[in-house]
Design a protein around this ligand. Structure first.
Ligand code: FMN
Length: 135
């Protein structure tokens, strides 16, 4: 059986002062102690670019391949466990994480990540609001 690999995705743009980063590092350190080869990927430092709205499988696949396949997707496919982390921004994920999710639509459609373990860390400052813009 191969080595157990994990990937922790950081989506806070706050750099070294990020609360999320502190929690993510603690989680990755814990999983390393349990024998997992755990790596952190900071998507805020990647040139992910916005989705172009490609909805066909071929279009979505090529949109992904320009940036994500070569780096992030390969790491996700190699991992047994994937931890998404980020702060709550206006009751949503950050724009950076939303961009990656939007550009990975084919990953969801083709169920490339089926069978992997998924984890989530989300930090928040003031609770969940229904809509920041409506108040
Ligand atoms: C632009 C922005 C929007 C935010 N929106 C929310 C929110 O809707 N609800 C909430 O509880 N906290 C909100 N927060 C607070 C952050 O989620 C919280 O401070 C978080 O710990 C920041 O994580 P980071 O240091 O890793 O960036 C917001 C912070 C920012 C900068």
């Amino acid at each position: 059986m191969g080595k157990h690999e994990g990937i922790g995705i950081q989506s806070s743009p706050r750099g070294k002062n990020s609360n999320t980063l502190r929690l993510l590092n603690a989680a990755l350190e814990g999983s390393r102690k349990a024998g997992t080869e755990a790596k952190l990927v900071d998507i805020t430092k990647m040139n992910t670019r916005y989705s172009t709205g490609a909805s066909t499988a071929a279009g979505a696949a090529s949109a992904i391949s320009r940036t994500i396949t070569s780096t992030l997707l390969k790491k996700m496919l190699a991992a047994n466990g994937i931890l998404l982390s980020g702060p709550n921004y206006m009751s949503h994920v950050t724009a950076q994480l939303k961009t990656v999710l939007g550009r990975s639509v084919n990953v969801e459609h083709e169920q490339y990540l089926a069978g992997k373990d998924g984890f989530l860390i989300m930090t928040a400052g003031g609770g969940v609001r229904s809509c920041c813009w409506a108040t």
